[in-house]
Every structure is written in structure tokens, then in C-alpha cells.
Design a protein around this ligand. Structure first.
Ligand code: SF4
Length: 323
């Protein structure tokens, strides 16, 4: 059956995509518009490293002379449009933002992509918009070192992308928090999250399965933590729409074949086979209904092995089962 997270998840967010008008030009975005009621599952801590640097709003846009990692190593600079060196200020602002997130208990963060400060997987280096390179912004480089779960703001632009990042976030948090002292603890946890990793990298999943099976009963704690860290790292890799649909279909067909969905109220839901063209909203609806059905019927839905449910709803369901 699905594992549950029932607490409110603390999550950091670049302030400008949380509707705070802190961009250099005093504007903002609303990255959370697609979340609806799901917002209540999270406790948000917005931060803006450029504001914490004391650069003010409005301000001149800044640019990097090299990726954020090089800035932190003292090998590249941060300059504003007039060429003023603001490296030290931005590094300090980034440190202050990180400290605020740590105080809030954050281990996951929604970052504004392409920003020379918050960008993680791509950041603009140089003065021109076209000079985007692989690498991170200054704050983004610090975030990468934390090992946290980092979500680009583009993940919230459509419901399927968000569904994909959210299920990985829940699995990541669940595994990161789990007490693991013996090989069996890790092996049991692996059986919960492996479906997600089989979807994105079969060779990694098969290799990890073999490695865990070969562990002695009580391996050194460092070996267990090393394996856990590699699984957590793999959980950060997003899947693709065709793969998500394939996994959804496989889970649905297996559940039907083994009679697990017999007598279950599916609200007339029929999951489309991956060959049938279906729009995003249809796929998200199929996934969401199957997640709910799995939760209500104590089934493991491999496509979303860890679900977030409100503690009150979980207690109500348990009371119902006892009656
Ligand atoms: S991208 Fe980061 S530094 Fe830039 S305005 Fe947004 S929160 Fe501030």
C-alpha cells in the first residue's frame, strides 16, 4: 500500500515567483497559480538573495562573468549594468537567504530558472539574454551543495509536469526522513520507491536492486548512507510524458488483471492506453483518481508510491475502517 506523508511540507521559493514584486524591474510572477487548494499542503518561505544583498528594487540587472560555482570559488565576478562589482554583496545575500531557509526547516525549493542568482540548472551568464549557459546562479550553486530537492519554476507551468515533480518530491522526503540502520530498512524502502526509478533509468534501478540484495545484514552506516544518497539523487531526475503514461497504464492494467480494482468505485474512469492520444488534463485526471483509489483501498500505486494526505483525513479513514 502507498506510504503517506501527513505533515505540512516546508518549502522554499524564489520570492519573485511567489508574487513578491522583487525583480530588478519591480515585477513578479505567480508560479503557484496551478496549485489551487494544494497550496495548503506546503508552508512557503520566499527568499530573494538580490534583495538580501541590499541591491534594492528597482535595481540594475546583474550578470555573471562565469557560472555561480566559479563566483563562489573566487574565479568569476558579479557585475551590474554599469560594471560595478557586486560579488561580495550577492554572496552575502545568498548566505543570508540560505540561513533563513535552514531556520524554516526547508529541504526543498522552487527556484526561478535562468536567473544569475537563483537559477540552478541554467543561469544567464554575460550581459545578453542569449548568453545562457549550463551552470548555476550564485545562490543556485549554494543550493546545489545542500543536496536539497530543487524544483525549477517551469515545473509548475502545467499540471502534468507538476504532478511529476510532486510525486518525486514526496518520495524523496519520505526516503530522506526514514530511519535506516540495517540493510533490511534500506531494502524495504527501496521496494517502495523503485518504481519511480525504473521509469527514468532501468539500468540504475536494476543495478541498485542487485547492490542492495548483496549487502550484508549489518553493513557499516556509511555504506547505507551512500546508497541512500544515490537513490535520493536519482529521484531528482524527472520522467517524460510518454514514460509517465506507460507507467500509469501498466499499473492500471496490473491492478485490473489481479482483481485489485474489482468492486472499487472508479467514477466511470477508464484509463486510456498510451497509444490513444489524450490531452494533459485527461492524463492528470486519470493519475489523480488512481492515486485516490489506491489510498482509499490500501493499494500500492507504483506510479505514486508515496502520497501526501492530510492527517485528519487519514484518521477519519482509519476510524471508518474500524467501524
Ligand atoms: S530570481 Fe531570485 S534574486 Fe532574482 S528577483 Fe527572483 S528571488 Fe530575487
Amino acid at each position: 500500500m502507498a506510504e503517506l506523508i501527513t505533515r505540512t511540507v516546508p518549502i522554499g521559493i524564489s520570492a519573485c515567483v511567489y508574487r513578491c514584486p522583487v525583480r530588478y524591474n519591480g515585477k513578479s510572477f505567480d508560479a503557484l497559480a496551478t496549485l489551487g487548494r494544494e497550496r495548503a499542503d506546503f508552508s512557503f518561505t520566499p527568499v530573494c538573495p538580490e534583495c538580501m544583498a541590499g541591491l534594492g528594487v528597482p535595481r540594475m540587472p546583474i550578470h555573471l562573468t562565469g557560472p555561480g560555482q566559479e563566483v563562489l570559488a573566487g574565479e568569476a565576478k558579479v557585475r551590474d549594468r554599469r560594471g560595478r562589482d557586486v560579488t561580495e554583496a550577492l554572496v552575502e545575500g545568498s548566505r543570508a537567504s540560505l540561513a533563513a531557509l535552514q531556520r524554516a526547516g526547508v529541504r526543498a525549493m522552487i527556484v526561478k530558472e535562468a536567473s544569475p542568482s537563483c537559477g540552478v540548472y541554467k543561469a544567464r551568464v554575460g550581459k545578453k539574454r542569449t548568453e545562457q549557459i549550463e551552470g548555476s546562479g550564485v545562490f543556485g550553486a549554494m543550493l546545489l551543495e545542500t543536496g536539497w530537492f530543487l524544483i525549477p519554476d517551469s515545473a509548475l507551468t502545467n499540471p502534468l509536469l507538476w504532478w511529476e515533480w510532486r510525486r518525486r518530491l514526496h518520495a524523496w522526503l519520505w526516503l530522506a526522513d526514514r530511519e535506516i540502520t540495517r540493510a533490511k530498512d534500506l531494502y524495504d524502502a527501496w521496494h517502495v520507491v523503485k518504481f519511480l526509478l525504473q521509469e527514468t533509468s532501468r539500468p540504475f534501478a536494476d543495478g541498485m536492486g542487485r547492490e542492495l540484495a548483496a549487502l550484508p545484514k549489518n553493513p557499516p552506516a556509511a555504506s547505507l548512507e551512500d546508497a541512500r544518497a544515490r537513490i535520493l539523487d536519482a529521484l531528482r531526475t524527472p520522467s517524460t510524458r510518454p514514460r509517465i503514461r506507460q507507467a500509469l497504464w501498466k499499473t492500471y492494467i496490473n491492478a485490473k488483471k489481479h482483481g485489485k480494482l474489482d468492486g472499487v468505485d472508479l467514477h466511470d474512469l477508464e484509463v486510456n492506453s498510451p497509444e490513444v492520444s489524450a490531452n494533459l488534463m485527461t492524463i492528470v485526471k486519470e493519475l489523480t483518481v488512481l492515486e485516490r483509489v489506491s489510498f482509499e483501498n490500501d493499494l500500492l500505486f507504483g506510479t505514486s508510491p508515496v502520497l501526501r494526505r492530510d492527517a485528519r483525513r487519514v484518521r477519519a479513514r482509519e476510524a471508518e475502517k474500524e467501524e
